[in-house]
Design a protein around this ligand. Structure first.
Ligand SMILES: C[S@@+](CC[C@H](N)C(=O)[O-])C[C@H]1O[C@@H](n2cnc3c(N)ncnc32)[C@H](O)[C@@H]1O
Length: 261
């Protein structure tokens, strides 16, 4: 069971801001296609820094409402149409916010939950007829270097990113789960299920490399405990992720939507 002490990352702006910079334009476009707009009843699960909660609040307007649930709600914005609920979603307890919902969103949450399959089925049952479930996950992929100052720089990047993914996988995050969400939504009886992939290049010093830097710095001790080379990690943190000659592929994000009939 995941809980706050056990969660693989801490909710800090250094992690959540670059994450939002990477994913918000993509999520905004997805929501633009499926959200009913003003007056809708929305749920944002694992709301984190709250950027999607804010988007849903704007869509809902004065006559609608968004409920945000996270085990750590200290960064979720307040607002007249926003309800904030602190809950460990791996507990199996009923959702702290009452449905049914026009749209349920959860980005980078369900891979943390051991009960993820049952959870998706439960979410499908919490939608209004015609309501949408939109889930997004990172999936583990082979680290890719687009351009690097030397072969050694490229090799260090690859080793460290693989090490990060290994540590995250060991801490019950599930690197392949994103590929299973589409089928799980079909099994849960949702229709119009569709997956989109999103990745891009990140250059040393930009927001994406700041995200990689923050992910690895949060897991530095765990990686060293697991046997990774501290000098590789420190080169990655202090040089590679700030080096403008370093261009790498981003985390791979999958976005999956399904609709209740
Ligand atoms: C990587 S952050 C993503 C935040 C936000 N959804 C976004 O994409 O910007 C993952 C979020 O899931 C929350 N989380 C992880 N495990 C959880 C659990 N068991 N119950 C509730 N929230 C959880 C974390 O607190 C964190 O806010």
């Amino acid at each position: 069971m995941t809980n706050l002490a056990d969660y693989v990352f801490h909710n800090v702006p250094a992690q959540l801001s670059p994450l939002e910079e990477f994913l918000d334009p993509f999520t905004r476009a997805e929501l633009g296609e499926i959200a009913p707009g003003t007056g809708g009843h929305y749920l944002d699960l694992g709301a984190g820094g709250g950027s999607v909660t804010r988007m849903l609040s704007e869509l809902a307007g004065e006559t609608g409402r968004v409920e945000a649930i996270d085990q750590d709600t200290h960064m979720v914005p307040q607002g007249p149409n926003i309800g904030i609920h602190t809950q460990d979603l791996s507990s199996g307890e009923p959702l702290a916010a009452e449905g049914p919902f026009d749209l349920i969103h959860g980005r980078l949450l369900t891979h943390h939950l051991e009960n993820r399959v049952e959870f998706v089925h439960r979410l499908a049952g919490s939608l209004k007829p015609g309501g949408w479930l939109l889930l997004g996950e990172f999936v583990r992929s082979t680290p890719r270097v687009v351009s690097a100052p030397s072969e050694e720089h490229a090799a260090v990047f690859t080793r460290v990113l693989d090490g990060l993914y290994d540590v995250m996988t060991a801490r019950h995050t599930h690197g392949g789960w994103g590929h299973e969400v589409h089928r799980t939504m079909l099994d849960a009886g949702l229709s119009s299920v569709r997956t989109r992939w999103h990745f891009e290049s990140w250059t040393g010093g930009d927001y994406g490399c700041r995200l990689y830097e923050n992910n690895v710095s949060q897991k530095r001790d765990a990686m060293i405990e697991a046997g990774f080379d501290a000098s590789d990690i420190d080169l990655f943190l202090k040089d590679l992720m700030h080096n403008k000659a370093m261009v790498v592929r981003s985390h791979e994000f999958v976005s999956i939507r399904g609709r209740r009939v």
